[in-house]
Design a protein around this ligand. Structure first.
Ligand SMILES: NC(=O)c1ccc[n+]([C@@H]2O[C@H](COP(=O)([O-])OP(=O)(O)OC[C@H]3O[C@@H](n4cnc5c(N)ncnc54)[C@H](OP(=O)(O)O)[C@@H]3O)[C@@H](O)[C@H]2O)c1
Length: 337
């Protein structure tokens, strides 16, 4: 203990498992925390390293055992994995077996025909690169990041099979698939005896796509977990934009994926209405938005982003009240659909 303090080493809170709820991922043996932390924004080379470290420690100290990455998270692409590799080495070495680290490949990563979509050539090379950046021997979950309209599904699933059977990932997941493609992929993965356990899709009060494209129902029928990304609609479903657009918000500091044009007058009116409802429930809007997803037993985890530790602390409070009255649900629908 004395030596650790002298070296300023991180010792995780002894209470880290006291409050977080862990949900079984579909019918698999793996449990994930109700709230997981994503590294899409704020962990690249434009972020503050000290802030990244604090966010990781805050998350883990409060039971968030799952960190989600992708090959291209940055900017620059790859830098979020590189930064997490350093954070893990400097702080989390004793805790590797308490952590679930996931990464993905499927979007544009490097020049030429072999750095995008779903070929075997791309997926195998990409995971090897990710492991080097993360300084890990294996990841816990490796995802194919998006459907590829051209590569035969058998080839992409075959690559996932080779990856788990070579020990470079323990489980595989699919991201941004629809219900029909998920069904076909599952048949192939079952034949190949691949532990495919989870779907990662966008799902939030404003985005109900997975209810419409068959993903949610099919996933449930097949016994796969669902982890919802952008559960706060990139910050729209929080108090961030209630009084204008702050200079330190995602819209202003990045603007690539959340644009000012998405914050129309109509959208802002909806956000304000939802905020009143959240207040009536004794929650922040962010807490209510996450609770709205977690009310559904079938949702394994909500995959939040954060720009500071305080947001993580706010978001985990969502787990304290995840039940809604019929009237509340009707009001939320009226304000969002
Ligand atoms: N598979 C895929 O294709 C895919 C796609 C997108 C994302 N993802 C995954 O999902 C993760 C989360 O996505 P996301 O960052 O869009 O999630 P999000 O949780 O919807 O949005 C995160 C942003 O909301 C704001 N925020 C969070 N908590 C807040 C709070 N309590 N109060 C006020 N504002 C709060 C922050 O914005 P400010 O920065 O403005 O403070 C934060 O950066 C990613 O990191 C990634 O792992 C996957």
């Amino acid at each position: 203990m004395y030596i650790k303090e002298a070296l300023k080493m991180y010792t995780a809170s002894e209470k880290r498992y006291d409050t977080m709820k862990y949900n079984r991922c579909g019918k698999s043996g793996l449990k994930l925390p109700s709230v997981s932390l994503g590294f899409w924004h704020n962990f690249g080379d434009t972020g503050s390293y000290d802030n990244m470290v604090e966010m990781c420690k805050t998350a883990f100290d409060n039971g968030i055992t799952h960190f989600d990455l992708a090959n291209n998270y940055g900017p620059a692409p790859g830098s979020a994995e590189r930064n997490l590799g350093k954070i893990l080495r400097e702080n989390f070495t004793p805790y590797r077996d308490e952590l679930i680290i996931s990464t993905k490949a499927g979007y544009d990563m490097w020049a030429g025909p072999y750095g995008d979509f779903g070929s075997k050539k791309y997926l195998i090379a990409s995971l090897d690169q990710s492991l080097k950046r993360l300084e890990l021997e294996y990841v816990d979950i490796f995802y194919h990041h998006r459907m590829d309209p051209e590569t035969p599904l058998e080839e992409t699933m075959g690559a996932l099979s080779q990856i788990v059977h070579s020990g470079k990932a323990l489980y595989v997941g699919l991201s941004n698939y629809d219900g029909e493609t998920l069904k076909k992929a599952t048949t192939i993965l079952d034949e190949l005896k691949v532990p495919f356990i989870i779907n990662q899709n966008c799902y939030n009060i404003f985005n109900r796509t997975i209810e419409k494209n068959g993903l949610k129902d099919t996933s449930k029928k097949l016994g796969k977990g669902i982890i919802c990304f952008s559960p706060l609609a990139q910050g729209l479903l929080t108090n961030r934009y209630l009084d204008g657009i702050p200079e330190d918000s995602r819209i202003r500091t990045d603007g690539r994926f959340l644009k000012e044009s998405q914050l129309s007058e109509e959208k802002l009116a909806q956000i304000k209405g939802l905020n009143v409802l959240a207040k009536d429930r004794g929650q922040t809007l962010a807490e209510m938005a996450l609770a709205w997803l977690l009310k559904d037993d079938y949702i394994t985890s909500v995959l939040i982003g954060a720009s500071r530790p305080s947001q993580i602390l706010d978001n985990i409070k969502a787990t304290e009240n995840t039940s809604f009255t019929e009237e509340e649900l009707r009001k939320i629908d009226a304000l969002s659909i």
